[in-house]
Design a protein around this ligand. Structure first.
Ligand code: ATP
Ligand code: MG
Length: 396
C-alpha cells in the first residue's frame, strides 16, 4: 500500500476522525436509516483526500442525486471516478491527495461475481441468461448487503487505494450486512437449496409424481420450477468459490486495518439502534473506531442565560416591540407577534436540545472517538458542503 509515500501523518486527536482515517485502510460507515451515513462517508473521504493525502475512495450506496452529481458518479454504475481537482478548487481547497468515488450497482456487481466464480464459460453464460437469475439478482434476498461487502473486498484486493470509506445500505436490521457473508455461505449449504434441487438433479425422479411439485407446478408453471432448479444447480457449482470468498470478506472486516464508524442522530430510537449496533460490532470482535453524532443542535440553545432571555422576550414582547418598532420600521402589533414567536421557537428548540443532551449523557458505549456534527441549515450536496461537515468530523 502507498501509505508511506502518500504523505499520511499519524495524529490522533480525540473528537476527530483524523487518526482513524490516517491509520486504517477501510472505514465502514454504518448505522440506522436516514441519519447521514452517506453524507458522513463522503465527507470523511473528502477530508482524508484534502488533508491527509493518498488515494481515497468513497464507495457509496444510493447517494442523493445531487450528491452523486457533485461527486461525478450520477448514473455511471460501478465505475470508479476521480473527483476533479476543479471541484475542490471551487470549494477553495487544494487537496493533498486524490478523491475517487463509486456507486454500488447491485446487478452489475452480481454479474461480475458470477463471472469470477463460474467454473466454466458455459455455466457462466447459462447463469447470466437464466430468467430467474436476471429477475432476482437485483433484489436477491439481502443481496445488497452481501454485494456491498463483496465489492469492498474486491477493490481492496486490487490495492489501488490508501483508504476506502464505505457507505452502507439502509438495512431493516442493523446487523444484516455484517452477517451477510456468513448468511450467503449458509445459504449455499442449506437444506432448502438441496431440497429444491434434488428432483432436478437426479433426473430419474419424476418430480411431477410428488404432491408438492404437482401443486407448485400448477401454480407456478413447469417452466418457472425448472428455471429455479437450473439456477440453483448452476449456483451450486460455485459453492466453494462463494463460501471461500464470504469467509475472506469476513476476515477482512475483522482485521486491524478495518474499522467501523457508527453514525446516529441523538433522537431516542436511532440512538438505541446505534448502540445496539456498536455492541454487536464489539461482540463480533470488529473494531468500533468512532461514533458520529450527526445533526446535533448547538450547545448555545441550552445556555440558561439564553433560555431566560427567550422567556423574557416572549413575556415582554409588548414593550420590546414598542421600543424596537421605529428602529426596524415595523408595525408594532406585527413586530410583537414576530418577537413572541421567536421567543417561543427558541424555547421549543431548547427543549429538543436538552433532550439530545440527555440522550448523549445516557450513551452507554464508550468508543475511542466520539464526534458531534451540527445540524447544518442547508442540505449537504456539494464538495464545499462535504468539506464543511468534514471539518467537524476533524473536531474543528
Ligand atoms: N449534519 C447535517 N446537517 C444538515 N443536513 C444533513 C446533515 N447530515 C446529513 N444531512 C442531510 O440529511 C439527508 C440524509 O442524509 P444521508 O443520505 O447521508 O443519510 P443516510 O443515513 O445515508 O440515509 P439512508 O439510510 O437512507 O441511506 C440528506 O439530505 C443530507 O444532505
Ligand atoms: Mg445512505
Amino acid at each position: 500500500m502507498a501509505n508511506e509515500s502518500g504523505g499520511r501523518r499519524a495524529t490522533d486527536r480525540p473528537g476527530s476522525l483524523d487518526g482513524l482515517l490516517t491509520s486504517r485502510e477501510i472505514v465502514v460507515a454504518c448505522g440506522p436509516g436516514g441519519v447521514g451515513k452517506t453524507t458522513t462517508a463522503a465527507a470523511a473521504a473528502a477530508m482524508a483526500a484534502a488533508r491527509i493525502g493518498g488515494k481515497v475512495l468513497v464507495l457509496t450506496v444510493d447517494p442523493a442525486r445531487r450528491l452523486a452529481d457533485a461527486l461525478g458518479i450520477e448514473g455511471i454504475g460501478n465505475v470508479e471516478r476521480r473527483v476533479p481537482d476543479d471541484a475542490f478548487a471551487h470549494a477553495g481547497v487544494r487537496p493533498k491527495g486524490e478523491l475517487w468515488a463509486a456507486m454500488l450497482d447491485t446487478k452489475e456487481s452480481w454479474d461480475a461475481l458470477i463471472r469470477t466464480h463460474a467454473p466454466d464459460e458455459r455455466t457462466r453464460d447459462e447463469i447470466l441468461a437464466n430468467p430467474l437469475y436476471r429477475n432476482i439478482s437485483g433484489r436477491f434476498v439481502q443481496s445488497h448487503d452481501y454485494i456491498a461487502m463483496e465489492r469492498l473486498f474486491e477493490i481492496h484486493a486490487e490495492g489501488t487505494y490508501d483508504l476506502i470509506v464505505v457507505d452502507t445500505p439502509p438495512t431493516r436490521n442493523a446487523l444484516d450486512f455484517l452477517d451477510a457473508p456468513e448468511r450467503m455461505a449458509d445459504f449455499f449449504s442449506s437444506r432448502l437449496l438441496r431440497w429444491l434441487i434434488v428432483p432436478y438433479r437426479s433426473r430419474l425422479v419424476n418430480f411431477a409424481s410428488k404432491p408438492f411439485y404437482q401443486v407448485a407446478d400448477r401454480i407456478l408453471g413447469t417452466q418457472f420450477l425448472e428455471d429455479i432448479a437450473e439456477f440453483f444447480i448452476l449456483f451450486q457449482s460455485m459453492y466453494d468459490g462463494f463460501v471461500e470468498r464470504a469467509r475472506a470478506v469476513q476476515r477482512l472486516l475483522a482485521e486491524r486495518r478495518t474499522s467501523f464508524v457508527v453514525v446516529s442522530t441523538l433522537e431516542a430510537v436511532p440512538l438505541r439502534e446505534a448502540e445496539f449496533f456498536a455492541e454487536a460490532l464489539t461482540g463480533r470482535k470488529l473494531h468500533l473506531g468512532a461514533i458520529v453524532l450527526n445533526k446535533v443542535l448547538p450547545a448555545y440553545l441550552r445556555d440558561p442565560a439564553a433560555a431566560a432571555l427567550s422567556e423574557r422576550l416572549t413575556e415582554q414582547a409588548d414593550s420590546v416591540a414598542a421600543a424596537l418598532a421605529p428602529m426596524v420600521d415595523a408595525a408594532e402589533p406585527q413586530l410583537r407577534r414576530v418577537l413572541a414567536e421567536v421567543g417561543q421557537s427558541f424555547a421549543d428548540y431548547r427543549v429538543v436540545a436538552q433532550r439530545e443532551a440527555e440522550q448523549q449523557a445516557m450513551l452507554q458505549t464508550a468508543p475511542e472517538t466520539l464526534v458531534s456534527v451540527p445540524f447544518f441549515d442547508t442540505d449537504i450536496y456539494d464538495l464545499a458542503g462535504l468539506l464543511r461537515l468534514g471539518a467537524r468530523l476533524f473536531g474543528e
